[in-house]
Design a protein around this ligand. Structure first.
Ligand SMILES: *Cc1c(COP(=O)(O)O)cnc(C)c1O
Length: 223
């Protein structure tokens, strides 16, 4: 049952908060529902889950239509193509995967004026992998300054997907580096969101400051 999985996962998150001296309830669960059905989402919703993350625009829009009566906060977490920014700006509250000024500018321009500013995180390519999306740590300060100027965007934090590692200590390292880099940004840049951690590394992410963990497999089973 998906509800048992939700309870088990929330217990894991609360226990990690205690183990790593984090403020109780400071880590929010984002349920990653890509490839899962509207019905799967509805089941978690009835167990109390409100934040859902999707990677593919068309797939997400279809589920949003089916779930129109539900009070869900939708997060976009997948790679962003320029020709999808309008749909994203219109149909999501959060975007975790912004990795260029151009994409941020398009999202700001295309955000409808009747909606609140679009909340975003900048995606950082923390393991330096060629194939992964995301900016480098060196690019972060300037991009923060530039994005902060955009009228219909609210910059809240950073997102990272490190290379998979089995050892806990190796999992922690990239999160720690990114956390420390954000802490050293000029005080004019106020970031409070660390979108760190998936099913395989959520404890390491919480140990290093995650405020949102993005979990698919541990909630819904394998994709
Ligand atoms: C799929 C996905 C997740 C969830 O990963 P699991 O390992 O299934 O928990 C988290 N973040 C992003 C960006 C994803 O694409």
């Amino acid at each position: 049952m998906v509800n048992n999985k939700l309870n088990t996962l929330l217990t894991r998150i609360r226990q990690a908060e205690i183990a790593y001296h984090r403020t109780p309830l400071s880590v929010q669960l984002l349920a990653v529902s890509k490839t899962k059905t509207a019905n799967n989402i509805a089941q978690l919703y009835s167990a109390g889950q409100r934040h859902f993350g999707e990677n593919y625009c068309q797939e997400a829009l279809k589920k949003q239509q089916e779930l129109g009566a539900y009070d869900i906060t939708w997060h976009f977490i997948g790679p962003i193509q320029s020709n999808k920014t309008k749909l994203i700006a219109n149909h999501f509250s959060w975007v975790h995967s912004v990795d260029s000024l151009k994409i941020a500018q398009r999202l700001s321009e295309q955000r409808p004026s009747y909606l609140p500013p679009l909340t975003i995180c900048l995606q950082i390519n923390i393991s330096g992998e060629q194939s992964k999306s995301g900016i480098t740590l060196d690019e972060l300060p300037d991009l923060c300054e530039q994005v902060a100027e955009l009228p219909n965007i609210k910059l809240r934090g950073v997102m990272a997907i490190p290379e998979p590692e089995n050892s806990f200590e190796k999992q922690r390292q990239p999160f720690k580096t990114l956390y420390q880099t954000v802490q050293k940004l000029p005080t004019s840049i106020l970031l409070d969101t660390y979108s760190f951690g998936m099913s395989g590394d959520l404890e390491a992410a919480i140990a290093e400051g995650a405020t949102i963990v993005r979990i698919g497999t541990a909630l819904f089973g394998a994709r």
